[in-house]
Design a protein around this ligand. Structure first.
Ligand code: MG
Length: 307
């Protein structure tokens, strides 16, 4: 199942949809009447309701979409919908991994004058919830805050089941699904303040989407192609299999002594090809179009807009 959060021109309130071919289906319009009790109004609410509810929802939607003849109720073309981030306002900061692909460790060691060695534990930092934006939204470039705007294609993991001290073998059972993130970074701010939080947390610095693919439909998170293009030129192209710490190890490590909750989002790090790692460093410019893609999920398309 591919879940999206979308709105329509005449009604800006976000609603939950599923992708069916080239169309978005408003699930409340289609299965709301058959739903026992209160229908989840947001994707976050659905996620927090737990696996039994996800299965019931998937089953009802499956029946509804397989009806013949197909109904046009609640169906919308991509053109008539505005896509929001699947979770437009997460409840907590997004947990991010730094230096989780060796190729990225190597490309940034010289410009940062840092030893090129494999981290022996995951490096965690966070992005503010106010960074989150939609899969087609502009990336605001506040020139008063940064001169070095950079991109990072990343696989996003959306937790679905609360847990603490989760063993590696059970980790993926806690995942609701996967999404695409661009961990937009202000390199000058990131380095000036030593801790990465500020340089990663400017407004609009986390385009997300276009959908959340449920874990059962996505399959092995370590076997997906991840890529990023700037104005059509490929800058990043790798496999999620190259992660130093795979998703199950990340969850095991992060949950040690610390409760993870349904709706938490983890950004799993970026492979090589960022602007900082180029010779000379090449940062984003006003008007640049950044496309971030992960096999099996889809593509974010965000244009830099100087403000
Ligand atoms: Mg990153």
């Amino acid at each position: 199942m591919k879940y999206v959060t979308f709105s329509l021109g005449g009604d800006p309130a976000p609603r939950i949809g599923v992708l069916d071919g080239d169309e978005v289906v408003d699930i409340k319009a289609r299965v709301g009447r058959a739903w026992p009790g209160r229908f989840p109004e947001t994707l976050l609410e659905l996620i927090q309701a737990g696996p039994d509810t996800w299965r019931r929802m998937a089953s009802l939607i499956g029946v509804e979409l397989s009806r013949t003849p197909a109904s046009a109720d609640g169906r919308h073309t991509l053109e008539e919908t505005r896509w929001h981030a699947p979770i437009p306002r997460p409840r907590k900061n997004i947990v991010c991994l730094g230096l989780n692909y060796m190729s990225h460790v190597l490309e940034t060691s010289a410009p940062l004058n840092r030893e090129a060695k494999t981290p022996n534990v995951p490096i965690f930092f966070t992005k503010a919830v106010t960074t989150v934006s939609g899969p087609r939204d502009p990336i605001p470039w506040d020139r008063s805050a940064t001169e070095q705007l950079d991109y990072e294609a990343e696989l996003g993991v959306v937790l679905g089941v609360n847990g603490k001290n989760i063993p590696r073998a059970r980790s993926l059972e806690h995942v609701f699904g996967y999404t695409v993130l661009n961990d937009v970074s202000a390199r000058d701010v990131q380095h000036r303040h030593k801790q990465w939080f500020k340089g990663k947390s400017l407004d609009g610095f986390c385009p997300m989407g276009p959908c959340i693919v449920t874990a059962d439909a996505f399959g092995d998170p370590q076997r997906k192609r991840i890529s990023l293009r700037v104005n059509g030129e490929t800058r990043q192209d790798a496999s999620t299999g190259d992660m130093i710490f795979p998703v199950d190890v990340i969850i095991e490590t992060l949950s040690r002594g610390m409760t993870l909750e349904a709706g938490d989002i983890i950004a799993t790090g970026t492979p090589e090809g960022v602007g900082l790692g180029r010779t000379p460093p090449t940062y984003l410019d006003d008007g640049d179009v950044v496309e971030t893609e992960i096999e099996g999920i889809g593509t974010l398309r965000n244009q830099v807009a100087a403000i």
